[in-house]
Design a binder for this molecule. Structure first.
Ligand SMILES: [Zn+2]
Length: 294
């Protein structure tokens, strides 16, 4: 199993094999490419673009796809995925990044906000013309976007998803079966403020491994660590290391944040003994490697 990072800093850290850099954020911030790293691009969530042109937001009978709309429950502000100008803007950005010597591109939030979206006049017209039912049209719209994006990427192409293994197609238009041939691996974000309760991480990981027909990496949050949180996080990684995962990614603010996790594991005798006692051989191997570096 590989250990990797999802980071806001464009630099690699020793002891980690996968490096994902947040190049475009849901607030609309855009950063220069991080060379020889996997660059993560937020596609249709863009609070800044929506502030500048409110007409591009996705629409439902319960109102707009905005965080402030309490009739729905969305974590970000969503642009309608069929908006041709915005779509072109995102694809142009992907093309530009790909020309900068990056390792590859991971797309996130490339889908509809939820089942009842989007019923703007353009989407309704496109749906009618398609002759497909609502679920199939929305899934095809998203898969077509991903196909176009992939055609612009020379390196590794991967996608994240809203972590719902069962209703992804109906709710978001994410059709794992038709996406699998496009990607090298799936990146499943299982973010949390802490992992004191962690059965759901194991549960969703098993479900995704069963559903996804490509290698899987799981992302856990490692920001704002206290000693207790770091211990719970590393034990959760230990349980994940028993599954057939391509890797586990830790979300960190910066490189020092990542090194802190390594040092905590290396210097924590009780944790290393716990790994040995319960035969977590894969994570024992990884922490032993970290011990040579930190
Ligand atoms: Zn629309």
């Amino acid at each position: 199993m590989k250990m990797g990072l999802v980071t806001y800093a464009p630099e690699k850290v020793k002891g980690f094999d996968l490096h994902v850099y947040y190049a475009k954020w849901a607030d609309g911030s855009i950063f220069p490419a991080a060379k020889s790293m996997q660059n993560d691009i937020t596609c249709f969530c863009d609070a800044k673009a929506i502030r500048e042109d409110p007409s591009i937001v996705a629409v439902s009978k319960n109102g707009l796809a905005l965080r402030k709309n309490r009739k729905i429950n969305v974590p970000f502000d969503y642009v309608c995925p069929t908006n041709p100008e915005y779509r072109t803007k995102v694809l142009d950005y992907i093309k530009e990044l790909d020309s900068e010597g990056i390792q590859g591109v991971t797309l996130n939030l490339y889908h509809f906000p939820d089942e009842e979206f989007c019923v703007c006049p353009r989407c309704v017209e496109l749906w009618r013309q398609s002759g497909l039912n609502w679920t199939e049209w929305r899934a095809q719209t998203i898969t077509d976007f991903l196909k176009e994006a992939k055609s612009l990427v020379y390196g590794t192409f991967a996608v994240e998803m809203f972590p719902d293994p069962v209703l992804a197609k109906e709710r978001f238009g994410i059709d794992f079966e038709s996406i699998a041939p496009l990607v090298k691996y799936f990146h499943v974000p299982l973010s949390s403020r802490d992992y004191f309760t962690n059965y759901w991480v194991d549960l969703l990981t098993r479900d995704f491994l069963k559903v996804l027909k490509k290698p899987v990496v799981v992302e856990l949050s490692a920001e704002m660590l206290t000693a207790e949180k770091a211990d719970a996080l590393l034990k959760t990684v230990a349980y994940l290391s028993r599954h057939d995962l391509m890797g586990v990614l830790l979300l960190v603010h910066d490189s020092e944040n990542a090194r802190k996790v390594c040092r905590f594991a290396v210097n924590n005798g009780a944790f290393r003994e716990w790994l040995r006692k319960f035969e977590f051989t894969e994570l024992t191997r990884i922490v032993d490697e970290w011990a040579k570096l930190y």
